[in-house]
Design a protein around this ligand. Structure first.
Ligand code: GRG
Length: 308
């Protein structure tokens, strides 16, 4: 949930109430996610899936998808099944990332990690279950959208998740562990895939569902590329500057694992500057959308101002 005290609207955005917007959107997403995954037989796997899916989190990915759909002329209803699916995929990637075979973490979203509660076997399956269900959910629950757009969303998402996206980024991240000579190009590759690919899919899929033009989709794509990298730079900074209580996950992990990060390459101040510049470039892409772009502009600034 939004920690309202942590959000300072930037002067440019003073007329847009981001705090209220985020709270309302988070509430909508929570309700939709709760409904999307009811408990059935075999209860254990549904409980494990729901444990991580309904554990909070900022819900940034579904909110970005809804915002980009609305900005390009669509409705919340058109995008909600895809928004839920994006959160299912994000959650499954967190469950798998926390496993002993990967980051081996004990806390996520302020709670014990999935494998610490259900065991490694069920945690792997809970991730698999969420991943498969995400695609089923888009195909079976999207209403009032031409089928070719739904098909395009499924293709974009499949690519974002697989070896050309999250999985590819995670592999290079694992290969880079313990190496101190990682270049900024490799670091960018890791994060453009591991973090950026899904964020980009959220924003582009919102536009596709709304029937955005090719030119609009290209603008959305460049906006997304920039905020994706800014998001990861801030994530690296927060790993150094924030506490476990603020983050809901172990802090200071990168340094402990001797990971090359943006702050380790550039220092904190320069990293902040780079993130700020990326957000400005992202927002410039939205200028032709005028007032309708307010939520996406405010969300881009939230990414750099966030403290959790
Ligand atoms: C996708 C098939 C498949 C497998 C997963 C483990 C893995 C492959 C990829 C790792 C992806 C990963 C965990 C990237 C980090 C992304 C990131 C910065 C997460 C934190 O996102 P927030 O801050 O978290 O939005 P909340 O909890 O607020 O949702």
């Amino acid at each position: 949930m939004v920690a309202a005290d942590n959000l300072k609207p930037t002067p440019k955005q003073a007329h847009f109430d981001l705090i209220t917007y985020l709270k309302e959107r988070q509430k909508l997403c929570e309700a939709a996610l709760e409904k999307a995954v009811p408990i059935r037989y075999p209860e254990k796997i549904y409980e494990a899936m729901r444990y991580s899916l309904l554990a909070g989190g900022k819900r940034l990915r579904p909110i970005l998808c809804l915002a980009s759909c609305e900005m390009t002329g669509g409705t919340i209803e058109m995008a909600m099944p895809t928004a839920c699916a994006l959160e299912m995929i994000h959650t499954m990637s967190l469950i798998h990332d926390d496993l002993p075979a990967m980051d081996n973490d004990d806390f996520r979203r302020g709670k014990l990690t999935n494998h610490r509660v259900y065991g490694e076997d069920v945690a792997i399956l809970a991730g698999d279950g969420l991943l498969a269900y995400a695609f089923e959910y888009i195909a079976s629950h999207t209403k009032n959208v031409p089928p070719e757009r739904v098909l395009q969303v499924v293709a974009i998402l499949g690519r974002a998740v697989g070896a050309a996206g999250l999985v590819g980024g995670q592999v290079v991240d694992l290969e880079s562990e313990g190496k101190s000579n990682i270049s900024v190009e490799t670091l960018n590759f890791i994060h453009n895939h591991k973090t950026g690919a899904l964020l980009k899919a959220c924003i582009v899929c919102g536009g596709v569902l709304a029937g955005a033009s090719e030119q609009q989709l290209q603008r959305l794509s460049r906006y997304a590329q920039n905020i994706g990298l800014a998001f990861q730079i801030v994530d690296d900074i927060l790993d150094v500057t924030a506490t476990q209580e603020q983050l809901g996950k172990t802090a200071g992990k990168d340094q402990k694992a001797k990971k090359v990060t943006y702050p380790s390459l550039w220092g904190i101040e320069e990293s902040r500057k780079q993130a700020q510049q990326l957000v400005e470039s992202a927002c410039a892409e939205l200028e032709p959308f005028g007032e309708a772009a307010q939520p996406l502009v405010a969300l881009a600034h939230f990414i750099t101002n966030r403290t959790y």
